[in-house]
Design a protein around this ligand. Structure first.
Ligand SMILES: Nc1ncnc2c1ncn2[C@@H]1O[C@H](COP(=O)(O)OP(=O)(O)O)[C@@H](O)[C@H]1O
Ligand SMILES: [Mg+2]
Length: 256
């Protein structure tokens, strides 16, 4: 199978700080890849290389076989949804306009009037929200609702890839559990490829079909969650996993 995303010996530094070093990775269609590592280890940088917000110093990133450096940024954004922790909804636009933003700016057909209302209703339902929220402004939503609108907006143009950067970091535990289940359902039903950054090992193991552990700009392990748990490849991974085992003692949630 052809990878949907390929990092080919990618290096990226900021000033004299090497963030990613000779980073190579293939992501296959339909994978839910979780990326975990300490703050500052290069997780956000890796995601932004995929949608072209950052360019590599050397190496290439291919999306569906095409070099990101040679791709049209607008077309790329339509194919790649992006969800971040701070959401970034436009405060002066209703929920409906926020969700319709990418399809509208990229001139996609079928996003006007009644068609738009119907598409937005379907997306709101898909992320577990009442379609009646379409006419509200972001300030009149809870944090969890806003996060769901952010996901609906990222899905609006029907992307093949979804990049999620610590999307559930700022919501309470209960909402977080619900959002995790919803994103799993969306993944299952849409067959979309997801790259999901988190600093929470429980979340990484629960959601990922494959878990990538990053440290010092290099891949420590990239494996199925059970393999990461049972055969940690490095001491760094073993320490992370032990941290997860310890937290199980308290939460009684050893589902893996
Ligand atoms: N635009 C930038 N300019 C300078 N340094 C940056 C920039 N973006 C990120 N960095 C640095 O690169 C490192 C990796 O950042 P990032 O990928 O955001 O880490 P993570 O998402 O894993 O927390 C950090 O030390 C960060 O300070
Ligand atoms: Mg980050």
């Amino acid at each position: 199978m052809e990878p949907i995303i390929r990092f080919e010996q990618v290096s990226k530094s900021f000033g004299d700080q090497a963030v990613l070093r000779d980073f190579s990775l293939d992501v296959f269609p339909g994978e839910f890849l979780t990326i975990i590592g300490r703050s500052g280890c290069g997780k956000t940088t890796a995601l932004k290389l995929v949608n072209g917000l950052i360019s590599p110093d050397s190496g290439r990133i291919l999306v569906q076989g095409k070099d990101v450096a040679e791709s049209d940024p607008v077309a790329l954004r339509r194919r790649i949804g992006y969800v971040i922790q701070s959401i970034g909804l436009f405060p002066h636009m209703t929920v409906e306009k926020n969700i319709a933003y990418v399809p509208s700016i990229s001139g996609m057909a079928g996003w006007k009037g009644q068609d738009r209302r119907e598409k937005v209703s379907a997306l709101l339902t898909q992320v577990g929200l009442d379609p009646a929220l379409a006419s509200r402004y972001p300030r009149a939503l809870s944090g969890g609702q806003r996060q769901r609108v952010g996901i609906a907006r990222a899905l609006a143009a029907g992307p093949e890839i979804l990049l999620m950067d610590e999307p559930f970091g700022a919501v309470d535990e209960i909402t977080r559990g619900q959002l995790q289940e919803e994103i799993q359902t969306i993944h299952r039903e849409n067959g979309i490829t997801i790259l999901f950054v988190t600093h929470d090992i429980d979340e990484a193991l629960k959601l990922g079909t494959r878990v990538l552990v990053l440290d010092q700009g290099q891949i420590q392990q990239c494996d199925a969650p059970t393999a990461v748990l049972r055969q940690p490849a490095t001491k760094f991974v073993a320490d992370l996993v032990n941290q997860q085992r310890r937290s199980c003692v308290y939460t009684d949630d050893c589902s893996i």
